[in-house]
Design a protein around this ligand. Structure first.
Ligand SMILES: C[S@@+](CC[C@H](N)C(=O)[O-])C[C@H]1O[C@@H](n2cnc3c(N)ncnc32)[C@H](O)[C@@H]1O
Ligand code: SF4
Length: 441
């Protein structure tokens, strides 16, 4: 099988810092922008009939998992969360549309959305859909932490959530100890059983390979346990080590981490076992059952990549609410203030809490489209490219790489290249020297 054929020297040469391309241009290229830029983009969007999605960031967690690369605020105070819900609803009210844009997607992510109390979740959800009515077929999803979310599942289902995703990472107790995340197998299984009994449309589980103390054997056991629980989708993330941004990751001793060849073997084995169990690899790091909508979208080249990973194409315009939240509206990336006090105080002044962003120019759109296509479909059809952009692919890009097949018709990742799609996408990134990224493997 392909994965075993990878030359260790090639592996070492590919383990370079590489963006995950949840946006293009990637965040390090963004700059400070004014509220007016966002208001103008919102107005332009309002005049269009493009579909709308909404992402709401809930940053709170009770304890810090040592590997975590998310935007997290440690908090145990309900009053802080109450005030945050007020701010979120106020921020939503500051976005005024004259036309109706029913939401295709509403996603609550974190941090840990299920750290909000039941009352806070109800107040937030009802308040949001009052301001942004939902499309009748909307995907309404939430990230659930089994350590505090299981007993909230019924309430979430009754409110209208139809998809859930939960963090597992690894079921091995010694790995859990090394990452400061204690989540027994029974706890994860109970969350799964309850979610199934409640008939959510889709259940996803997150796993990470490359964590401290993981071995090929131990991770096989984790994967087998997950397969037994039979989630509809599995996100199998590579541990993104970014200690220059997330200082708590420094508490993981370097020598406890699997070296690159082992990290790759963890992925290779997991991938093999998941495929044998009937899951299809989707994009860079997702697996889904054959009949899953994501699988169909992948096969029909209808996937797109955004900050939440992979989703369907028609959800490009996304409002982001909350501290550090990222959105994309009418060709403009927007990121909110990164610290809670600044965020709350801007909202109190009735200002949109925008901090950074990027207004895309014509070359950015072209490169963004190419990178999206590679990250989702693993290939670029040169004739379609010419029709879309009026330009000749080969005249613009001369790329010679053993990771791709590059002929007059197509630019396409080889089967091995598909495993290193971030490395291939980097050829098209005009801002690649701006950032400091986690490694590709
Ligand atoms: C916001 S968390 C999920 C919800 C909830 N907080 C939990 O942990 O169950 C999103 C996911 O990001 C992934 N993640 C976080 N930090 C990561 C890192 N440094 N590298 C790779 N994946 C990471 C984890 O798989 C995690 O489940
Ligand atoms: S992985 Fe989830 S629970 Fe752990 S610190 Fe990150 S956001 Fe919080």
């Amino acid at each position: 099988m392909v994965l075993k054929e990878i030359d260790p020297a090639l592996l070492a040469s590919l383990d370079l810092p590489a963006p995950r391309y949840t946006s293009y241009p990637t965040a390090p290229a963004w700059y400070n922008i004014e509220e007016e830029v966002y208001l103008k983009a919102l107005q332009q969007f309002d005049e269009s009939s493009a579909p709308l999605s909404l992402y709401v960031h809930i940053p709170f967690c009770k304890t810090m998992c040592l590997f975590c690369g998310c935007s997290v605020i440690l908090n145990r105070r309900e009053d802080v969360q109450d005030q945050y819900v007020d701010s979120l609803l106020e921020e939503a009210r500051l976005i005024i549309f004259r036309n109706k844009h029913p939401l295709r997607q509403l996603h609550l992510g974190g941090g840990t959305p299920t750290q909000l109390t039941e009352d806070q979740l109800k107040r937030l959800y009802r308040g949001l859909i009052d301001i942004f009515p939902l499309d009748t077929t909307a995907e309404i999803s939430i990230e659930v932490d089994p350590r505090n979310g299981t007993n909230k599942l019924e309430m979430l289902k009754n409110l209208g959530f139809n998809r859930i995703s939960f963090g597992v990472q690894d079921t091995d107790p010694s790995v859990q100890k090394a990452i400061h995340r204690y989540q027994s197998y029974e706890m994860t299984r109970d969350t799964m059983l309850k979610a199934r009994a409640l008939n959510f449309d889709s259940i996803n589980m997150d796993l990470i390979y490359g964590l401290p103390l993981q071995t090929v054997e131990s991770f096989k056991d984790t994967i087998n346990k997950i397969i037994e629980m039979s989630p509809d989708r599995i996100a199998l993330f590579s541990y993104a080590k970014i200690p220059w941004i997330k200082a708590h990751q420094k508490a993981i001793p370097e020598e406890s981490l699997p070296p690159t060849p082992i990290k790759f073997a963890l992925y290779a084995h997991a991938r093999k076992v998941l495929i044998e169990a009937g899951y299809l690899p989707i994009g860079m790091d997702h697996f889904a059952k054959k009949e899953d909508e994501l699988t169909l979208a992948f096969q029909e080249k209808r996937l797109q990549r955004n900050f939440q990973g992979y989703s369907l194409k028609n959800t490009e315009n996304m409002l982001g609410l909350g501290v550090t939240s990222i959105g994309y509206i009418s060709g403009v990336y927007i990121q909110n203030a990164k610290d809670l006090d600044s965020y709350n105080s801007l909202i109190k002044k009735r200002r949109l809490p925008v901090q950074k962003g990027f207004v895309l120019g014509s070359e950015d759109f072209l490169r963004r489209s190419l990178i999206q296509k590679l990250m989702c479909d693993f290939e670029i059809d040169k004739e379609i490219f010419k029709k879309e952009w009026g330009k000749d692919f080969d005249a613009l890009f001369q790329i010679d790489s053993e990771l791709v097949i590059n002929n007059e018709k197509v630019f396409k990742a080889t089967p091995i290249g598909a495993l290193f799609i971030r490395n291939i996408a980097m050829y098209f990134d005009a801002y690649i020297n701006k950032g400091h990224f986690s490694k590709a493997i």
